[in-house]
Design a protein around this ligand. Structure first.
Ligand SMILES: Cc1cc2nc3c(=O)[nH]c(=O)nc-3n(C[C@H](O)[C@H](O)[C@H](O)COP(=O)(O)OP(=O)(O)OC[C@H]3O[C@@H](n4cnc5c(N)ncnc54)[C@H](O)[C@@H]3O)c2cc1C
Length: 866
């Protein structure tokens, strides 16, 4: 039990199982859960009462921006029945009352010490305990230490010269006086137009005689349309509470709702407008952020919405200069947290309200009586700082936390946070963060994310105790893997393009890394659950005489690749190798009809060229740049059985743009109608014809690369060997994307990646069976890996980590290099066989295709120089 939790600072030291920092949403629920499990727990908070965010942020207009029906605890059905929210977006006093109600209901205050700031925490290896020191001199020891210290709890100090000189009243929105402030008759300045500024400005304007708003960055905001809680939402909740809450837990953002299939980049103007207006009317952040499925992925889609939002601002604000200054133009919509407002833009139509654009006239200094900008001098009675927070990492590293060997967390995170699951960090045993960096946290409904983290931590401590483990700590491998995954996820989105607090950009000197995990609450929860199901994958557990380390990386697929695989799994498609050839071809065509088209090129021309036995259709893609261009003879994938000019159309467009070359995609004869060596012979015939007709095709004679994907890469590699043996044509390079090069399907990648990554080992066997008799398969025209590699053109070989063909591609790269052929080998980490061809679907493939384009250009340049 906890001894005397009175926070008196008597210097007395006492021991508990768990110390929790923070008595907000997180700390309260954690205390409740840990108590239920019988752990002695002490919660410390610098605040004078429970509430966290809702204790501190008492500025006028402070409200939640997730509907309160959803922004509340779900762990106790009776609690939900006993509390009724009065508004769609409750005010700060109401949310604080709720958290007080929760604290009273579960008698939580008796284990909480208020007005106590934790200053340091050090891991004592010999005692396997944390030693905690507070600002008022109390020392505590605990086995487990949890920072439930909030993502937005450390206000950012104003970095304006002279800010401490001002003699009038000064306020920070997140440290608002409890008794409130009356601005009647006062000249007021508000510095900052983030969420707090946008919420408070209309209410301050209603009192002040004069209000001047100093804006550095214009922010997007939509009307909250506050009122009573949504009847529809309440009905859904009341009809099946458990299903509703479960839907929230399994949703992207932590609020139940449908995920749209509309991609803004390709939707018609009518659809775009209709979806935007509906979201604008709904007044919900997750609605407008979910207006298109590619809003945070596609600059095109994002620009559409950003412009519609700017139109709204221009239609509301009467003065055109003010309207223009209020229009955000320096970041994509959503890349900074958008705001919900009540009459924010309308406020600038009031005669006593003025906007000062700090981009045009920066603040020079604050004086005793006001603010001086480069152009003007202002006098004020009060200055309100709405300058935000040192988000997510700030409150954690504000405490001097030292793990094994005295290593400081602040130093470990000097270049950006490093966590496993946003919950733990290597070198700091028995230390947890609630909604830490690397978890969905501020991108989600935090109530849902908090409950999930608290449950994970509580269950973990329970399991450790049951199995006699005393410590838990992530491994460096697991942590590095998670960091990579978090970075990979962010890097395909528009988030990192903004100077936002998500990126740490609002705090001078803070490293720029995207802090939250973008893939969603649902995906994240599944990863956390899987870690536990795989017996704490990536964690070292130890106790007296017992230890376990089940090392590994929880997520190795790229985020978008995993998403594609999930969708395919949900469709429960029959395995292709069990289909007839006709059905498989029909299925391929169906999928082609619903995918994004790929980039626009200068010209697309269809034609026919003579193959080895009959005419073959080809499609030529010409860059928009002035010609003539180098040429690429391209062969599509599809296991010699499937595929067509259509199947690889987006990829050909993409390669055309990136390589600035004419791509001639050739539809060679397919098996089983035309078996080995028809495809290979056709490929060689096509290469010869393209080389001979370069000029008529708008190409540069002598500037030819041969390329292909999968089975197309097989025939491309074969064509290069045949051209060498025939003494021509000259080929400057071979570009082989996840090639099939060896019929022996026995390399480790065939076992590791046999199932589950689109191209399966059984499907590959099906392709081979349709294409070539076993007796023919070790012919170099079928398996170019058994050929002769001397004097072959330089090669670019791309292998995908989760592809049965990976190891044969690697073997080809090694064999070519050993024979003196220059080889670029791109190993596509986290990708599957089809990833790079899924243009505008698997965005994480774009960077690799850019590298392919650059290498192709280098093939052409090398000859030009020679
Ligand atoms: C104005 C505002 C509106 C928001 N609206 C929403 C919303 O609508 N939806 C949403 O999902 N999220 C919202 N958030 C985010 C909000 O922070 C979380 O939803 C949630 O309240 C966080 O709860 P918490 O317990 O994790 O952290 P907090 O509520 O921040 O509590 C952390 C506590 O830790 C204490 N603490 C920190 N460091 C120390 C230390 N060293 N020693 C002692 N005590 C310490 C702090 O004093 C604080 O009381 C909003 C945030 C703000 C600022």
């Amino acid at each position: 039990m906890v001894a005397e939790a009175d926070g008196s600072g008597s210097g007395e030291s006492f021991d508990v199982d768990v110390v929790v920092v923070g008595a907000g949403f997180s700390g309260l629920y954690l205390l409740h859960r840990l108590r239920q499990l019988g752990f002695s727990t002490l919660v410390l908070d610098a605040a004078g009462d429970v509430g966290g965010t809702w204790y501190w942020n008492r500025y006028p207009g402070a409200r939640c921006d997730i509907p309160t029906t959803d922004y509340s605890y779900s762990f106790d059905p009776q609690l939900e029945r006993d509390w009724t929210w009065s508004e769609k977006y409750a005010t700060q006093p109401e949310i604080l009352s709720y958290l007080r109600f929760v604290a009273d209901r579960y008698d939580l205050r008796r284990d909480i010490v208020f007005s106590t700031r934790v200053e340091s925490a050090a891991w004592d290896e010999s005692a396997t305990r944390w030693r905690i020191r507070t600002g008022n001199g109390r020392e505590l020891s605990c086995r487990f230490y949890v920072m439930a210290s909030g993502c937005l709890s450390l206000p950012k100090a104003p970095e304006i010269d002279g800010h401490d000189r001002f003699r009038g009243e000064t306020y920070h929105t997140s440290r608002w006086p409890h008794e409130g402030v009356d601005f009647t008759g006062k000249r007021v300045a508000v510095i900052g137009t983030g969420s707090s500024g946008i919420q408070s400005i209309p209410l301050i304007a209603a009192q002040a005689t004069q209000l001047t708003v100093f804006q550095r960055t214009a922010n997007f905001s939509i009307p909250a349309r506050n009122g009573p809680p949504s009847a529809e939402r309440l009905a859904a909740l009341e009809s099946d509470r458990d299903a509703y809450r479960e839907a929230a837990r399994r949703s992207r953002g932590g609020v139940p709702g449908d995920v749209t299939e509309v991609a803004g980049a390709y939707a018609t103007d009518e659809v775009r407008r209709a979806r935007f207006e509906a979201a604008w009317e709904a007044g919900e952040l997750l609605e407008i952020l979910g207006v298109f499925n590619d809003l945070m992925l596609s600059p095109t889609a994002n620009k559409v919405i950003a412009e519609m939002l700017r139109e709204k601002i221009r239609s509301i604000v009467a003065d055109p200069d003010t309207a223009e200054a209020l229009c955000p133009k320096d970041h994509p919509f959503g890349s900074k947290r958008p705001c919900l407002d009540t009459n924010y833009f309308q406020t600038y139509n009031l005669p006593h309200v003025r906007l000062v654009d700090l981009r045009k006239q920066p603040i020079v200094t604050i004086t005793e009586s006001g603010i001086v900008t480069t152009d003007e001098s202002f006098e004020f009675d009060a200055i309100v700082y709405a300058t935000g927070f040192d988000a997510m990492t700030g409150p954690v590293v504000a405490v001097d936390i030292r793990g094994r060997d005295g290593v400081s967390l602040r130093e470990k995170w000097a270049d950006g946070p490093s966590t496993y699951l946003g919950l733990t960090t290597a070198g700091f045993p028995n230390f947890f963060t609630i909604t830490g960096p690397g978890s969905p946290s501020v991108l989600s409904n935090m109530a849902v994310s908090i409950e999930q983290h608290v449950d994970w931590v509580a269950d973990c401590l329970d399991q450790l105790r049951a199995r006699d483990f005393e410590t838990i700590e992530p491994t460096p491998l697991a942590e590095a893997g998670w960091n990579q995954h978090v970075d990979d996820g962010a890097s395909i989105t528009l988030y990192p393009t903004a100077n936002s607090w998500y990126m740490g950009a609002n705090v001078p000197g803070k490293p720029r890394t995207f802090l939250p995990y973008v893939a969603g609450v649902d995906v994240y929860r599944a990863a956390c659950e899987e870690v536990v199901d795989r017996d704490y994958l990536g964690f070292s557990l130890a106790g007296k005489g017992v230890s376990q380390c089940n090392d590994g990386v929880i997520r190795r697929l790229q985020v978008d690749v995993a998403m594609v695989l999930r969708v395919m799994e949900e469709l429960q498609l029959p395995p292709m190798e069990l289909m007839t050839v006709e059905d498989a071809r029909a299925f391929m065509q169906m999928t082609e009809a619903v995918r994004p088209p790929g980039p626009v090129v200068g010209e697309v021309v269809d034609g026919v060229l003579p193959g080895a036995a009959e005419d073959l259709p080809y499609r030529l893609y010409r860059p928009a740049t002035p010609g003539p261009h180098p040429m690429v003879a391209y062969f599509h994938g599809g296991g010699w059985v499937l595929g067509s000019l259509e199947s690889d159309d987006p990829l050909c467009r993409d390669l055309c743009v990136r390589s600035d070359a004419v791509i001639v995609s050739v539809n060679y004869r397919h098996a089983p109608e035309a078996r080995f060596p028809a495809a290979a012979d056709d490929a060689f015939a096509a290469v010869r014809w393209i080389a001979r007709h370069a000029k008529e095709l708008g190409g540069i004679p002598g500037q030819l690369v041969v390329a292909g994907w999968s089975a197309g890469a097989n025939v491309a590699a074969v064509a290069c060997q045949l051209a060498r043996d025939a003494g021509g044509p000259d080929i400057l390079g071979q570009v082989l994307l996840t090639p099939v090069v060896d019929a022996r399907m026995d390399r480790p990648s065939y076992v590791e990646n046999a199932e589950g990554f689109v191209l399966t080992a059984p499907l590959m066997r099906w392709f081979w069976d349709h294409y070539a008799d076993p007796a023919d398969r070790d012919d170099p025209k079928a398996s170019p890996l058994v050929g002769n590699f001397s004097n072959l053109p330089p090669a670019l070989i791309v292998t995908a980590e989760f592809d049965p063909l990976r190891d044969e591609g690697v073997a080809l790269a090694e064999a070519l290099a050993a024979a003196g052929v220059p080889v670029h080998h791109l190993a596509a980490r986290g990708h599957v066989h089809t990833s790079l061809t899924m243009v505008d679907v698997v965005l994480s493939g774009a960077d690799l295709r850019a590298q392919m384009g650059a290498v192709m250009q280098s093939f052409f340049r090398a000859t030009v120089k020679a």
